[in-house]
Unconditional design. Structure first.
Length: 252
């Protein structure tokens, strides 16, 4: 029997420091991509895949994302967006914990980074697997030459995740699979988030909770993402995303 999933948490508290002046006065999720905020493309894709309720965790320049959420709701009847301010900008684990109160009673839900773009065709396939597969946590992966900017994901031939290595040194990863920043799970994630201790960066790192789930023998599965993918981490990434999502010229 397919699980009911209609809610997604999007983590949008960070600034995006590698973008420099581009995020000096604008939070990264609000940067313009082809005439719409970056985060709008993510929500559009997830609503197209059947989700209707969103929890957006904010931090840096929260008011701008809160304003966007109200506008998006007004322009898209049937879509509900709750914004939650992360009390302390202490990492992605802390951001997810800030959303916990709004997920009570949800057996399964989707969550992900609120600043990652990918080919829209990936979302329905991911949500389909999230609804019918058995897992404790499911994560999206994409192929890259070297996953040093994100997290190297080691999988079995059947796409069971065997290891997650966050930000490995360049050239050291023995896998081309990268953590694509989209996940599905249930209340179990909060048990692991509650046990996190600050990393060397002083943050509660969500990938560390996932790594512990793997170490404990929990069922962690991967679904491959295809086509365009970008964490929009640099000005060059932003220009590439704008080129990819550029509206097609209408035929005369």
């Amino acid at each position: 029997m397919a699980a009911e999933i209609n809610t997604a948490v999007l983590l949008g508290a960070g600034r995006g420091k590698r973008l420099g002046d581009l995020t000096a006065n604008t939070p990264k999720p609000i940067l313009d991509i082809a005439g719409a905020p970056l985060i709008s493309h993510i929500v559009d894709a997830l609503t197209g895949a059947g989700l209707a309720r969103f929890i957006v965790v904010t931090g840096y320049l929260s008011a701008q994302i809160e304003k966007w959420a109200k506008t998006y709701e007004r322009e898209n009847p049937g879509v509900g967006i709750i914004t939650v301010r992360q009390p302390e900008l202490n990492g992605t684990g802390g951001a997810m914990l800030a959303a916990k109160i709004h997920l009570a009673g949800h057996a399964r839900f989707v969550f992900g980074w609120g600043d990652i773009l990918m080919d829209r065709a990936n979302y329905p396939r991911f949500i389909h697997h999230a609804r019918i597969d058995e897992y404790d946590l499911m994560l999206a992966v994409n192929r890259v030459k070297d996953p040093f900017r994100g997290a190297a994901v080691y999988v079995s031939p059947h796409m069971t995740v065997e290891r997650l290595d966050e930000k490995p040194a360049p050239g050291t990863a023995q896998t081309e699979w990268n953590n694509a920043g989209l996940f599905a799970t249930g209340q179990i994630i909060f048990d692991y988030l509650a046990r996190l201790t600050p990393s060397v960066r002083g943050e509660l790192e969500l990938p560390a909770a996932i790594a512990q789930m793997i170490a404990d023998g929990r069922v962690v599965r991967a679904v491959d993402m295809r086509g365009f993918w970008s964490d929009v981490g640099t000005p060059e990434d932003l220009e590439a995303a704008r080129a990819w999502f550029k509206p097609k010229r209408k035929r005369r």
